[in-house]
Design a protein around this ligand. Structure first.
Ligand SMILES: Nc1nc2c(ncn2[C@@H]2O[C@H](COP(=O)(O)OP(=O)(O)OP(=O)(O)O)[C@@H](O)[C@H]2O)c(=O)[nH]1
Ligand SMILES: [Mg+2]
Length: 340
């Protein structure tokens, strides 16, 4: 162990040792590596830590032997998993690098990403997993890439503003449809059985295929003369899908994008409050939007469903502490006091 490590190293090492989930371990180890000063005396330590990081990443992305070539499964972590789909060089890996702690290969040459790479994006008090993928249209990887896209909670269609983004979006949507992945226009409102209210779903099974929510991310807005191409893209798609222009390189408009990704994930945050006590605002429950009190109760504990007497709500209710029915549809950031 080199003697001249800074105090931050030991703090970061402690956090790494305490990390519970694979994703937390990856983030903590990346932070730890960043604290190691770069000189000859730390060569071995840095190499060891990098080896462990690569092992952790490999573990997070389990490779399965399938009938038709190799299949990858990216274990879901955090509140939701959102995959990045796009053609070569559109900037998927650059986007993953600026929204998460992951360190993907970013290169001028096409098809620089060959395997899936997950990263965790912090959004307020939750984490959403983003998955960088090889480009669409590469025969060698399309098989398992489409498998991941079917399994994920939502899609970012990443297009390059400098290269006919509307055509890219059209070709991407066509290809997804050929894989039986349908992107219904927003918002996909589905008639719910509960109280005649409408609920939003992030995923709907259609006959033989799946439907996914998606948003179009138009990258490289820092380049000159890309404004017109964004206007053309919006003209064609804005009435169906949210379109956001960003620059991964210059980190422009990323806050708007993060919120849009949260909305795309189709989840809401709900905080629990024991009767007569302060709410626990440190760790929200993350549940699908459209969930009712009863859904939340069964999510927390099976017995809650049977023993539920009544519930009070702070947040979306008409007044603080209002008593609501079991089929009350919760909203993001509601505080819920369940009486059993
Ligand atoms: N000007 C500009 N260049 C960008 C931006 N984002 C990415 N690039 C550049 O575009 C090239 C491709 O970026 P990547 O992030 O590797 O693209 P990718 O979509 O992951 O590419 P593949 O993995 O091959 O599919 C690199 O040279 C990046 O530096 C951006 O916002 N503006
Ligand atoms: Mg890439």
């Amino acid at each position: 162990m080199p003697a001249n490590l800074p105090p931050e190293y030991f703090d970061a090492e402690k956090r790494f040792k305490q990390a519970a989930t694979p994703a937390e371990k990856i983030i903590a180890l990346e932070d730890l590596i960043a604290t190691v000063p770069k000189h000859k005396g730390t060569d071995k330590l840095r190499a060891d830590l990098r080896r462990r990081l690569s092992q952790l990443r490999q573990d997070a992305v389990r490779k399965k032997k399938g009938g038709r070539g190799d299949l990858y499964v990216v274990q879901k972590e955090g509140a939701a998993q959102i995959a990045l789909a796009g053609f070569p060089n559109s900037g998927k890996s650059s986007l993953l690098a600026c929204l998460t702690n992951a360190t993907p290969v970013i290169a001028e040459y096409p098809i620089s990403t060959l395997t899936p790479l997950p990263g965790m994006m912090p959004f307020e008090d939750i984490q959403i997993q983003l998955v960088d993928l090889p480009p669409i249209g590469n025969e060698a990887t399309d098989g398992w890439v489409s498998g991941i896209l079917r399994y994920t909670n939502g899609l970012l269609l990443v297009v390059d503003l400098n290269d006919d983004p509307d055509v890219q979006a059209e070709l991407l949507i066509d290809q997804l449809e050929r894989w039986n992945i349908v992107i219904p226009p927003n918002p996909p409102l589905i008639k719910g059985g509960k109280g005649g209210l409408l609920e939003q779903k992030s995923e709907v099974r259609t006959s033989g295929g799946v439907s996914k929510k998606a948003l179009i991310v138009a990258n490289k807005k820092d380049l000159t003369e890309t404004e017109d191409s964004f206007i053309i893209l919006k003209g064609k798609y804005e009435h169906m899908y949210q379109c956001i222009s960003i620059s991964a390189l210059k980190k422009e408009n990323l806050e708007d994008l993060k919120r849009a990704i949260f909305e795309l994930s189709g989840i809401i945050r709900v905080y629990s409050k024991p009767p007569g006590k302060e709410p626990d605002l440190s760790k929200p429950f993350t549940i699908p939007s459209g969930s009712t009190i009863l859904d939340l109760a069964s999510f927390i504990h099976k017995e809650f469903v049977f023993n539920l007497k009544f519930t009070r709500i702070w947040g979306s209710a008409k007044f603080d502490g209002q008593r609501v029915e079991k089929n009350y549809i919760l909203k993001d950031r509601d505080i819920v006091e369940i009486h059993i």
